[in-house]
Design a binder for this molecule. Structure first.
Ligand SMILES: CC(C)(COP(=O)(O)OP(=O)(O)OC[C@H]1O[C@@H](n2cnc3c(N)ncnc32)[C@H](O)[C@@H]1OP(=O)(O)O)[C@@H](O)C(=O)NCCC(=O)NCCS
Length: 185
């Protein structure tokens, strides 16, 4: 049976092996993975079957200062108005940095479970919007993200080390929460 756990440094060799099996270019090094696993700004979640790591997702959070025209301030939102007439509002953005499932376990909802857990953790940390980049030709991943409410925002040319373009995708979490409250679902 597949179980889901938060990563710690014990799992690093197995996460690295999974990364190398799933990504032919741009797989994370052991060092990079270690930094992510111990970082307060990263969330590393694993799917395990017995002792095998068969899925992994990595999310990052960062603070962002946003600008808006004044006069559209929501009831519970904390804005500061500046001389320019613009207002700033700090928000926390979540980045879906990586998600992968071992090939022989795909299409069994494992990535769906990992993403759903990551979104819950993002929500508890105050994340309102999730962003990600995906290789232009990675149709399984693009379909997966679309199915889970991400929409395509931009194409970033020459984004990856091998010159491939990225599709930038986004999902608004705050909106989903408001919808849940409104519809009671
Ligand atoms: C993308 C990935 C993580 C999906 O993992 P998964 O556990 O198979 O996904 P789930 O079973 O939870 O979700 C299945 C959904 O994903 C999409 N999907 C998955 N594989 C697909 C494929 N080969 N073709 C089209 N859509 C696909 C579909 O929307 C599918 O839903 P459906 O069955 O209703 O059509 C997995 O294919 C993977 O590890 N790919 C290699 C690593 C990678 O490219 N990661 C993304 C980097 S940005």
């Amino acid at each position: 049976m597949v179980r889901y756990v938060k990563a710690d440094v014990r799992y690093l060799p197995k996460i690295e092996a999974l990364e190398n099996a799933c990504f032919t270019v741009d797989a994370f090094s052991r060092r990079r993975l270690r930094n992510l696993v111990v970082s307060q700004h990263a969330i590393v979640l694993l799917a395990m079957d017995g002792d095998d790591v068969i899925g992994c997702t990595i999310g990052l959070t960062r603070k962002r200062v946003g600008y808006r025209e004044s006069g559209v301030v929501g009831q519970n939102e904390k804005f500061k108005t500046h001389d320019s007439g613009l207002t700033t509002r700090d928000s926390i953005v979540g980045r879906l940095y990586s998600i992968c499932v071992r090939e022989d376990y795909r299409c069994r909802n494992i990535a769906t479970e990992l993403l759903s857990w990551l979104e819950d953790i993002f929500s508890t940390r105050g994340v309102e919007r999730i962003t990600l980049e995906v290789r232009e030709h990675n149709m399984p991943a693009r379909r997966f993200y679309e199915k889970h409410g991400f929409s395509e925002k931009d194409i970033i040319t020459n984004y990856y080390r091998d010159g491939v373009n990225a599709v930038k995708m986004e999902k608004c979490l705050k909106h989903s929460i408001e919808e849940t409250i409104l519809t009671g679902s």
